[in-house]
Design a binder for this molecule. Structure first.
Ligand SMILES: Cc1ncc(COP(=O)(O)O)c(C=O)c1O
Length: 487
């Protein structure tokens, strides 16, 4: 059954009329507001109304206004096995039914938590040694930042290592430490005066915007390695704790994979100076890019790695730090304690959800499906959009694809941010007749200007789903720019 036929099946015909607070839906005697400005929740945008979702199944979200929306992004690359998976729901209920609602990790151990960690370590082919579980990607980044510092503090409490090097065009989370790490001017702006001043940024690895004419991958990578080396020298190599990067940049740039050889070159610079190499795979990891871990694409294991979204697939708030034996051994030979902790960490219910999601991904060979369908998605997107005058770049890996929009394809000039191009694409996409999600982002050109959207469907999509996604994406893009041209 085609995605649209399935959507039609669900669609129950309800009368929808405009309402000051969104859409009013009339069903016989009852009438409810189907799209709602929240009154009690401090939502992301207090001036907007959001469609009310009443259910989900697989690729679909069911809305109160009767529409069925094809979820081609899983939020921000979260719902990796789709919505409403019965196995995961059962696994979560089973844990809750044991009566273990909460366990303080300060006092207790729990089998399902250990089982999840064992599963995750196996997935690294032994390249990582321990797991630290958190409730969000930002918390995982905070933990990684502190753990990295502690590695040096353990050996020498007056260690001069206080600096981090991260990258422009990056996003590592919204808590103060993680935001301080992020090269994301729009999200940093209100808090800039008190973000960590020991984080220094080098340029991203973005060939679309940075590669010189005729520059080979190896020359490009050599240029990036030289820039990192120069930053180490500027700060004093003995003061640097770690370099932090996303192997495939997510929200900040819109699915920009590192150029071949880049990760190895950066890791070499770090290790030459005794610093740690940290990869943030909160968005790009756990199968999203066609290998379980994005670093496995070129087998460049980090010293510390964070994962998040695809770990629990949205069934529980869960994220993790994967820790190499170099780091674990420092703790084991030192204090034996990570000086960190939060009330909600390593919760049995989080672990049960994540473990079941990972088992499904493994048993159904979904990472392989990501690789195959991802190649097909690339092909379908290029066939439909590569020639579009406002699609500057189509890039990504696995089921993680970005479209960057430009005003002028030759000069790569971005649109005026006032036009809110990415938001327009999202608004059009999620509305009738398209009813499909595309994840919008801005700042991809220079941190402030630039528009992109991300496509990140569930790992179990079919060839037919891919064709549908690419066709809808193409129709949306054509419609948005046709209308913009008429403004
Ligand atoms: C690469 C990356 N790191 C960290 C985070 C923060 O994760 P969370 O929103 O779960 O705190 C995100 C979220 O989008 C992310 O994409």
């Amino acid at each position: 059954m085609s995605p649209s036929a399935l959507a039609d099946l669900h669609h129950d015909k309800a009368a929808v009329e405009p309402h000051s607070n969104g859409l009013r839906l009339s069903n016989g005697h009852t009438s409810v507001v189907a799209s709602k400005q929240t009154e009690y929740l401090l939502d992301r945008n207090l001036h907007k109304s959001f469609p009310v979702v009443t259910g989900g199944s697989g690729n679909y979200l069911y809305l109160l206004d009767g529409r069925t929306v094809f979820d081609a992004t899983g939020g921000a690359a979260v719902s990796c096995i789709g919505h409403g998976n019965k196995r995961v729901i059962k696994a979560v209920s089973t844990v809750m039914n044991t009566g273990i609602s909460y366990l303080a990790s300060t006092f207790w151990a729990c089998e399902v938590v250990e089982e999840l960690c064992k599963n995750l370590i196996h997935g690294t082919d032994g390249k990582m040694a321990r797991i630290y579980l958190t409730g969000s990607g930002s918390e995982a980044m905070e933990a990684a930042i502190k753990l990295a510092r502690q590695v040096f503090y353990e050996c020498n409490p007056s260690t001069p290592r206080i600096n981090f090097i991260a990258r422009e065009g990056s996003y590592h989370g919204n808590t103060i430490g993680a935001l301080g790490m992020s090269g994301f001017p729009l999200r940093r702006a209100p808090y800039e005066p008190f973000l960590m001043n020991n984080v220094h940024h080098v340029s991203s690895c973005n060939p679309y915007r940075q590669r010189a004419d005729g520059e080979s991958d190896s020359s490009f990578v050599a240029r990036k390695a030289a820039e990192l080396e120069a930053k180490f020298q500027e700060l004093g190599p003995e003061t640097v704790i770690a370099f932090v990067a996303e192997p495939v940049v997510g929200a900040a740039l819109g699915c920009v994979p590192a150029v071949p050889g880049y990760l190895k070159a950066m890791k070499d610079v770090c290790h030459k100076h005794g610093a740690l190499f940290i990869l943030d795979e909160v968005m790009s990891g756990m199968g999203r890019c066609g290998t379980l871990h994005a670093w496995q694409h070129e087998d460049v294991a980090p010293d510390l790695q964070t994962v998040g979204k695809g770990l629990g697939g949205g069934y529980q708030p869960v994220a993790a730090v994967l820790i190499s034996s170099r780091v674990v051994n420092t703790l084991l030979n030192g204090s034996g304690q990570f000086v960190h902790g939060q009330t909600y960490q390593g919760m049995p219910v989080q672990a049960a959800a994540a473990l079941e999601v990972q088992r499904i991904v493994q048993e159904e060979d979904l990472v392989d499906n990501v690789k195959r369908q991802g190649l097909y998605l690339e092909q379908c997107l290029r066939a439909r959009l590569a020639d579009h005058p406002n699609v500057g770049d189509i890039r990504g890996r696995g089921l993680f694809w970005g479209l960057e929009f430009v005003k002028d394809k030759t000069t790569k000039e971005p649109f005026d941010p006032k036009l809110a191009v990415a938001q327009r694409v999202y608004n059009t996409s999620v509305s009738t007749p398209f009813n499909m999600t595309m994840y919008p982002g801005t700042g991809s050109a220079d941190g402030l200007k630039g528009d992109h959207v991300i496509l990140a469907p569930a790992y179990n999509v079919t060839k037919e789903d891919i064709e549908y996604i690419a066709q809808v994406a193409s129709d949306v893009v054509h419609q948005v720019f046709r209308k913009l041209g008429n403004l």
